[in-house]
Design a protein around this ligand. Structure first.
Ligand SMILES: Nc1ncnc2c1ncn2[C@@H]1O[C@H](COP(=O)(O)OP(=O)(O)O)[C@@H](O)[C@H]1O
Ligand SMILES: [Mg+2]
Length: 266
């Protein structure tokens, strides 16, 4: 097979649709417009950091993409979400469609460490004991938890530290091999050491997974983001003011992002 030259590969990548695309996406709760008309592209294997003040619709955006807003009373989602160019219907959203999610507060199931990962895998049809065992072990290795828990897989996950619980939540999401992983402030409930572990983990996931990560921490967004999306409140409506590659950190075009990155507001 003839190897593909670098310029040829670049041309192919440019022609590829983004792994995740959000088109004119709005989320409302009754009269509250949490997010109005968001357009975001996340190229395959990259991490898009989503920043902005509290209440500007970041979590609502992630809930809409993951399909969780279908379970929130009064939530209405309009617009399109495309995975590799294919529009999702509201029925496809969630883990079945290859979208995983990790939340701010670690939320392991009140089950053993092993079952936290095995249970969702079984729900998705993986029944063979040996295959299940390998997927669980592999997921724990991916998040750097294997050495710490390999001799106590039957213990309750609730006995782990907060940082370990959060890595277990990453393992649970990754075991389902999502095309896109959504992270909603995954470090903000953790101490600095646990935060560093999670940042290192996220770093290892880049390239292999497509990630959309909400963070309040601009330094973290700069450390991890290949791109950045700046959200803001405009007359009490959440919106995206600017989105694109990490060059926005150095040269923001929108006055809101200029003031936000300079520390003048936010
Ligand atoms: N379940 C809900 N019901 C009603 N309003 C909500 C709900 N969730 C969020 N909101 C409102 O939507 C807006 C955006 O919230 P959110 O998406 O949580 O913002 P962020 O994550 O940026 O802090 C806020 O005004 C919030 O009060
Ligand atoms: Mg939020």
């Amino acid at each position: 097979m003839t190897p593909i030259s670098k310029p040829e590969q670049c041309a192919r990548d440019q022609n590829r649709p983004p792994a995740l695309a959000v088109r004119n996406l709005s989320v409302t709760y009754g009269d509250t417009i949490a997010m109005a008309g968001a357009d975001i592209d996340v190229p395959a294997g990259s991490l898009m950091a989503v920043v902005g003040p509290s209440g500007c619709g970041k979590s609502s955006l992630l809930a809409a993409i993951s399909g969780l807003s279908g379970q929130i009373p009064g939530a209405q989602v309009r617009g399109e979400i495309l995975l590799n160019g294919q529009a999702l219907t509201s029925q496809d959203r969630g883990c079945q469609a290859g979208i995983g999610m990790v939340f701010q507060q670690p939320n392991p199931f009140p089950l053993s460490i092993f079952e936290n990962i095995a249970f969702p895998l079984r729900e998705h049809g993986l029944r063979r004991v040996e295959a299940l065992r390998m997927r669980v072990h592999d997921a724990l290795r991916q998040v750097g938890l294997w050495q710490e828990v390999c001799d106590r897989l039957d213990q309750s996950a609730l006995q782990l530290s907060g940082g370990q619980q959060q890595r277990l939540c990453f393992a649970r999401a990754l075991a389902l091999q999502p095309a896109v992983l959504l992270l909603d402030e995954p470090c903000s409930a953790l101490d600095p050491v646990a935060t560093e572990h999670i940042e290192q983990l996220i770093h290892t996931l880049k390239g292999r997974y497509t990630l959309l990560m909400v963070t309040h921490n601009l330094a973290q967004a700069r450390r991890l983001g290949d791109g950045v999306t700046v959200c803001w409140l405009d007359q009490a409506c959440g919106c995206v003011v600017e989105t694109g590659t990490r060059s926005i950190f150095e040269a923001p075009a929108h006055p809101v992002s200029q003031r936000y990155f300079s520390g003048a507001v936010g």
